[in-house]
Write a protein that binds this ligand. Structure first.
Ligand code: NAD
Length: 295
């Protein structure tokens, strides 16, 4: 049994911490939100009074925080000064590659081991323990990191050295944002042409337009049972989160000199949609912008 400090118990972290409890580990949990802390307690975690309190007696620290600034701050000021020697630290948040590398450098300078391990699979995957982890770490540390993530995972893939996990995550999500907009444009055009959405769906699913955004996450209601389109776009992967990841991708493209015009267009479209409708609904609801049916 490991002693795990779990920091950040929001939509994703709450389910992930619960998976570690179910795997028989002792989870010392902390979040700034009292409600999140209470939910973690209900799931069997030991609520801590602070990050310092959570990490002090642990051999593994997992963080699931909103973005780069929080991750930098929490590691520099709270985790590193209070962790005991030999603690393994894994950040599962989605953050910019630069922050991930800076935190890795700081953690390793202080003699600890670190991995950036962002995830794919959403809230349902976090609750079910079926996330895909993209790991940036030294080769020799991967098997130890794999064991630590295993209770929360369906797939754990090493992307490369520190920062490579975040690089894989933002490239994947840029592709996802672009493919979702493409899928929605195709539905909007099909509608204008008088083609029934279910006919288009069946044909494109078996033709060269097939992609995950269509067959696993169709933005048109009534086609894929588990898709947020069937729940009025509630839950799922929020537009604001997609926008955040597209911004990270564009920042990374600008810094590295990569040419990503469709990524830039996807960011502009999600920024417009976020301004018009708020960022709360699932990102597949951008279909309604393209149909001219905002509500
Ligand atoms: P969230 O906002 O629901 O949770 C973040 C939690 O961190 C909040 O409960 C907040 O109170 C807590 N927090 C912030 N600063 C803190 C601090 N200093 N100390 C302790 N707790 C602090 O966000 P989420 O949806 O759980 O996402 C977390 C991360 O996972 C993000 O980086 C996101 O991009 C990524 N992600 C989210 C999804 C998704 O579908 N929601 C999918 C994949 C990846």
């Amino acid at each position: 049994m490991s002693q795990i400090a779990f920091i950040g118990l929001g939509n994703m972290g709450s389910g992930m911490a619960a998976c570690q409890v179910r795997a028989g580990h002792s989870v010392h949990a902390f979040d700034l939100s009292a409600a999140a802390l209470e939910k973690a307690k209900q799931a069997g975690c030991e609520p801590a009074r602070s990050v310092a309190d959570a990490v002090r007696e642990c051999d593994l620290v997992i963080t699931m925080l909103p973005a780069g600034p929080q991750v930098r701050e929490v590691y520099a000021n709270e985790i590193i000064p209070n962790a005991r020697a030999g603690t393994l630290m894994i950040d599962c948040s989605t953050i910019d590659v630069e922050s991930a590398r800076a935190v890795a450098a700081l953690v390793t300078q202080h003699g600890f081991e670190f991995a950036d391990a962002p995830v794919s699979g959403g809230v349902a995957g976090a609750e079910a323990g079926s996330l895909a982890f993209m790991v940036g770490c030294e080769v020799g540390q991967f098997s130890q990191i794999e064991s630590a993530l295993e209770p929360m995972a369906r797939a754990i893939i090493r992307a490369g050295d520190h920062g490579a996990g975040q690089a894989a995550k933002i490239c994947n999500n840029m592709l996802l944002g672009i493919s979702m907009i493409g899928t929605c444009e195709a539905f909007a055009l099909a509608e204008k042409l008088g083609l029934a959405p279910d006919r288009f769906f069946e044909i494109a699913s078996k033709s060269s337009g097939q992609c995950w955004s269509l067959t696993s996450y169709a933005p048109w209601p009534g086609l894929v049972e588990s898709a947020p389109a069937n729940r009025n776009y509630e839950g799922g992967f929020a537009t604001a989160m997609m926008l955040k990841d597209l911004k990270l991708a564009q920042d990374a493209a600008a810094k590295s000199g990569a040419t990503t015009p469709l990524g830039a267009q996807a960011e502009a479209m999600y920024a417009l949609f976020d301004r018009l409708c708020g960022g709360g609904r699932d990102f597949s609801s951008i279909l309604q912008l393209l149909r001219g049916q905002l509500s």
